[in-house]
Ligand binder design. Structure first.
Ligand SMILES: [Fe+2]
Length: 235
């Protein structure tokens, strides 16, 4: 299992509040059977440059590594990325390719939460792939696609160069599971992540979700998702 979306690095965004908390989350991930994870701290183009973000992110990761060595805790393999917030002009920002996951050309993109039915949203996503040669992965589709008309909007984003990620907690309630079923049917789940921020209300719950996913969609479906994740982190 690869947790494809996490805020596990310390003191960089609204995720882990300290190195200690970060290590607790790492331990929990390992004990629940997660073999690797992608660290995706928030990148907000209005508040930071790519370079300042990378410096902070790499520094946060260094601190976790150092602390784990000190405490003789072995960390599960971590691939660095970002959850990059889409904004007008995003596709023209210098260095956005450095926000891709590991050495891949896949970039996790957070869509505007006030709706993405605007022309600029579609244009930016298209331009990230067509002009920058990157493959956008739309983060946690379950958090924006709620109504019938949202599903219609989602339809217009289907493109061979666009992927979709779902959050684990979409599998934890009856009503959101119905949406998960719909996403799976329309081929809108290529990746899954816990989107963990802490050990309380937004915990690393990938293992629990995977059990439900297997029952709902079958083992092959789940295997394919983790194969997709492996391809990205190994590229
Ligand atoms: Fe997130």
């Amino acid at each position: 299992m690869i947790d494809f979306h996490t805020h596990i690095l310390p003191e960089i965004d609204d995720g882990a509040r300290s190195v200690r908390r970060s290590l607790e989350m790492y331990e929990y991930q390992k004990n629940s059977g997660v073999d690797a994870l992608v660290a995706t701290p928030h990148f907000y183009p209005d508040n930071m440059t790519v370079e300042s973000f990378l410096q902070k992110r790499n520094n946060a990761y260094e601190r976790v590594l150092e602390a784990s060595e000190e405490k003789k805790i072995s960390l599960i393999p971590t691939y660095l990325g970002a959850e990059a917030a889409l904004a007008p002009g995003f596709s023209r920002i210098d260095g956005i390719e450095k926000l891709c996951i590991g050495n891949s050309n896949y970039i996790l993109v957070e869509m505007p939460h006030d709706g993405w039915n605007s022309v600029w949203v579609q244009r930016e996503i298209y331009s990230v792939s067509a002009n920058r040669g990157l493959i956008p992965i739309i983060a946690h589709i379950d958090r924006y696609i709620l109504t019938k008309s949202d599903f219609k909007t989602l339809d217009s984003f289907f493109d061979p160069n666009v992927c979709f990620q779902i959050n684990a907690d979409c599998y934890f309630s009856f009503s959101s599971r119905r949406r998960a079923k719909k996403f799976a049917k329309m081929n809108a789940i290529q990746f899954v992540g816990s989107d963990c921020h802490n050990m309380s209300d937004r915990a690393p719950t990938l293992a629990k979700c995977v059990q439900i996913m297997k029952k709902m969609h079958g083992e092959d479906f789940v295997n394919e998702i983790f194969e997709n994740s492996r391809i990205v982190v190994n590229s």
